[in-house]
Design a protein around this ligand. Sequence first.
Ligand SMILES: NC(=O)c1ccc[n+]([C@@H]2O[C@H](COP(=O)([O-])OP(=O)(O)OC[C@H]3O[C@@H](n4cnc5c(N)ncnc54)[C@H](OP(=O)(O)O)[C@@H]3O)[C@@H](O)[C@H]2O)c1
Length: 330
Amino acid sequence: MTQNRRVLLASRPAGWVSEQNFRIEDAPLPQPAEGEVLVKNLWLSLDPYMRGRMSDAKSYVKGVELGEVMVGQTVGEVLESKNPQLKRGDKVLTQLGWQLYGAASDVVKVDEKRAPLSYYLGLLGMPGMTAYFGLKELGQPKAGETVVVSAASGAVGSVVGQLAKIAGCCAVGIAGGPAKCDYVKRELGFDACIDYKAGNLDEDLRAACPKGVDVYFDNVGGATLDTLLRRMNLFSRIVVCGLISEYNATEPYGLKNIRAMLVNRIRMQGMIVFDWKERYGEALQALAGDLSAGRLKYRESVVEGLDRAPQGLIALLKGQNFGKQLVKLA
Ligand SMILES: NC(=O)c1ccc[n+]([C@@H]2O[C@H](COP(=O)([O-])OP(=O)(O)OC[C@H]3O[C@@H](n4cnc5c(N)ncnc54)[C@H](OP(=O)(O)O)[C@@H]3O)[C@@H](O)[C@H]2O)c1
């Protein structure tokens, strides 16, 4: 008989996440109620925000309780439908989390003819929407300006830089190591990419951005953000999208260069992608259009099997992924 298998939060990490924070168990197959569908999950998305949900600190969304299935988006196939809008065989985007099967009513049908199913968790999903709205609405880049983005080879950052190029800007990435930087420049077409691990971020930024920085799309926070503050132009914008360098830290970094915000009248704004929920359709159209026209490239980092999801998340949080981190479930 088919059984479900799921990954639960077993304990809350203090500092870095470890495999001991998770428990993996078999469970009976869920039964869909009226209005629900039974879904077999095919792909699970692993995302940096999951570190925050493992904690009980106050945030923009409630954390996962101990003993609950780890939160996460999946793409799956409808096996049984008690919802007149959906039929067996439909492919859907869900919030079913780290498990092989689930029953839900809040699923969104996706079109596998338009793009591979996994893309709805990355380029055409939440990370792509984050790049699209964060850059367009908060970064507000104008042709000829310089846009810098950190975690530039990743799910969000790779899209930000490519959209900046499409908008006629100079795109400069920041990434860890020569292989990622090479990919960002050669494959994604950024004008430059700085290896922050080489240890000369300030000087390298000066060289790569001779006219200063007009938009900094920040995915990492910490020392990188502090260094960028010194390179920002008058009336420039900083999009605070993520602080991954601080997610496993027990103390906040503490910025030193805040004075630059006053002197240069910098606008720095935090973003959460849900704030544009009503406009996801617009972003999907735009991103899918750029993808099919060959203007957007995209890369994935895949671990195989649900049981390896904890290792996949730990690798992502250590920056060992190279592209959008996914778990292939089936
Ligand atoms: N605000 C929102 O609504 C929203 C939505 C989605 C994502 N985000 C945020 O956007 C950022 C990027 O997310 P993503 O899904 O696109 O992930 P990702 O970039 O595909 O993967 C994370 C990357 O972060 C980089 N990184 C930088 N400093 C790091 C450090 N100290 N430790 C570990 N990794 C470090 C690593 O690349 P390098 O090797 O290049 O350092 C790593 O590959 C995250 O901060 C995430 O929380 C925010």
